[in-house]
Design a protein around this ligand. Structure first.
Ligand code: PMV
Length: 338
């Protein structure tokens, strides 16, 4: 990625969030965020983070300044960003520069949609570009992974697989198919916008305490090729049951961890039962997946989206619906946020 000549040491990047079909849950190495299994996702075109980073080469700042969605970040949220900036400072061989970071999500952070994937992908691309590190996407994916595992996938657009790998260099994502390959829709039934009680960052450490974790990881390895094939053939009837199985397996691991994590709410179950009923009784080809929260992502072909939206409006626990198709790679853009 090239930085602009007009404002050296300043760059802006945009990255899409993503929804995992095969989930990342559990870490083999918590420092490097090396996962227990490969994961596969679709990068979301309509839900993205834009981040501008300017490195203060003049030495005016005594600390990094971070603003997220118009608010000055403090506490653990700011520390996580500073830790990522430290990594990039280290890679660039200069630990002195402080940074001014302004970041904006085009979806409400409290919407229950994962913002850490798009946030750390955009931060990585903007900060590396601004400091003059010219890196390929594979390397950027490895760096983004350190901020948030799922961010490694948001460096790439379309359909993406993150290889578990063995170390920092090999645990990276790659694109399976570009966004144009399949115009699948992700329709998110928002049940709650409350901040989750246990962040996914803390949840990963608990996966190994579940007696079902090893069984889920084994099952993932038998499903990966089937998932790749179903995406290659654009066959939602093959992909959907696999996605649902892994989402339920991940939540079984969460629920049986010590301490137990229970992300579902009554509304989550209302949507799951409705989707099964619509599929079985009316033949509506819609499949669900759920991340570390109560909201339900529904995957369907564009031809069925309107009917799905109409039906979701009849469910009392669905507060709002957010929709997206697949989107492109994380990219450097010209419009700075400051
Ligand atoms: O990248 P993290 O630490 O926010 O973890 C993401 C975890 C899930 O969203 C539940 C699954 C996934 O693969 O995105």
């Amino acid at each position: 990625m090239q930085r602009s000549e007009a404002s050296p040491f300043k760059a802006t990047a945009r990255a899409g969030s993503n929804i995992a079909f095969i989930k990342y849950w559990g870490v083999a190495d918590p420092r490097l965020n090396i996962p227990l299994n490969n994961s596969i996702s679709m990068t979301l075109g309509a839900l993205h983070t834009t981040t501008t980073v300017e490195w203060d080469v003049a030495g005016r700042l005594s600390a990094d300044e971070i603003t997220i969605d118009g608010e000055r970040a403090a506490g653990p949220k700011a520390e996580r960003v500073i830790c990522h900036l430290d990594l990039i400072r280290h890679l660039a061989g200069d630990r002195r520069f402080r940074a001014c970071v302004v970041s904006r999500n085009n979806f409400p952070m409290a919407s229950g949609i994962a913002s850490s994937a798009s946030a750390f992908a955009a931060l990585t691309v903007a900060a590396c570009t601004a400091i003059g590190l010219s890196l390929d996407r594979t390397r950027l994916s490895a760096i983004a992974r350190r901020g948030s595992g799922s961010a490694s996938r948001s460096i790439f657009g379309g359909y993406v697989e993150w290889e578990r790998g063995n170390d920092d260099a090999t645990s990276v994502a790659r694109q399976l198919f570009p966004a144009e390959h399949w115009a699948l829709r992700d329709v998110v039934a928002v049940i709650s916008t409350a901040e989750k009680a246990v962040s996914s960052q803390n949840g990963h450490a608990l996966a190994l305490t579940s007696p079902f974790n090893a069984a889920r990881v084994d099952a993932v390895y038998t499903m990966l090729q089937e998932v790749r094939n179903a995406i290659a053939l654009r066959e939602l009837e093959r992909l959907g049951p696999l996605i649902e199985q892994d989402a339920l397996a991940m939540h079984a691991v969460m629920m049986t961890s010590r301490p137990s994590l229970l992300y579902w709410q009554p509304g989550t179950l209302e949507v799951l039962h409705a989707v099964r009923r619509w599929r079985e009784e009316d033949g509506l080809p819609v499949y669900f997946t759920i991340d570390a929260g109560p909201n339900v992502h529904l995957l369907c072909e564009p031809a069925f989206e309107r009917e799905l939206l109409r039906r979701l409006q009849t469910l009392s626990s669905v507060r709002t619906v957010i929709t997206s198709g697949p989107g492109g790679d994380a990219e450097v853009i010209d419009q700075h946020l400051f």
